[in-house]
Design a protein around this ligand. Sequence first.
Ligand code: GLV
Ligand code: MN
Ligand code: MN
Length: 398
Amino acid sequence: MTFEQMWADLHPVGRSSSSGGYFRQPFSSAERECLAWFLEEAHRRELRVESDGFGNVVAWWDPPAPSATPGVLTGSHLDSVLDGGAYDGPLGVVSSLAAIDLMRERGVTPTRPVGVGAFVEEEGSRFGLACLGSRLATGVMGADRAAALTDPDGVRLGDAWDAAGLDPTTGSDLLAGVGCFVELHVEQGRDLVERERAVGAASMIWPHGRYRFDFTGQANHAGTTRMEDRVDPMLTYAATALAAAEQAGLAGQRATFGRLEVAPNGTNAIPSRVTAWLDARSGTDEGLAALLATIEERAHDRAASDGTSLSVTPESVSGAVAFDDDLTARIVAGHDWPVIPTMAGHDAGILAAAGVPTAMLFVRNPTGISHSPEESAPMADCLAGVEALADTLERLAG
Ligand code: GLV
Ligand code: MN
Ligand code: MN
């Protein structure tokens, strides 16, 4: 099974015929189909599959004799954002399987286990919390708190686990035998394009957070309510979104309101409530805190003049993550791979923060577009990524 064949097999799974984007939300039929595909590929390669009570899976290529050295984990995730691209996540999983094939072709015998992992709900597109599977596997999030998370239809994660036949009380010891983690990922910017390189490695992940803004006003008639009599939370939200974009732009940071719920959501009614989710990112922890403080201040000022009220709830905040310098230096030695920061979150960031020596490899994305049906990577670069990952795993476990 070549990389191209595996890529073609996954191509239609969860793909929208109208947009060409992917809907592979955790525990949906499309995502379960991706998982079944992964298990079949693992079986085809006679890998030993381990799974945990949360939906995370690792397929191990064991050395011929038991090794006292903990394993090298690679892999990524199979879920997507809503209407996402084909590459964010699956590229790392498919490349990992192809890298094992390439190492076998090269006659490599591993001296320590090499695992291909697929972490569940990396995007937080269903239950709202990014890197949920790796947070649970590392223990930075408890199963009880996670079980109470709900999706937009009100389904509890606990019930989704049940329906998927998972038993979260069994927990996770998937990472017990992991000595280091290398995640390959499509680049989500144009750094490698500008540097004219097909492959790079990661230095750090920007601090980032998700914050829920609840704006409350007064529902009223869109025709009969004079403009000066309104208490319209949509206006407070709109002014806040503009302020966030302006502030982030001033300091080379990022601020995005990409999700909105409006009640009652009628064309001819002033809303009673607008809930909006801010995704904010910055190069430093202090920068992120300052960005949020400014956005909140401007939102409260606007709420005061609109007569609306506002509460802000941080739903998840991840600090700066520096990847393991020694591991990264070992991986890039002798290659021309630039070491670049990323503004995107990854399971690699969760494992690194939990103390697992971690590195990342990126594959060039010609447009830099990601979290979109337009996300792409040329096949030649994907194959260069497979080779880079095989070189890396051979260096760490050959
Ligand atoms: C994950 O891809 C994120 O950066 O939100
Ligand atoms: Mn993503
Ligand atoms: Mn990803």
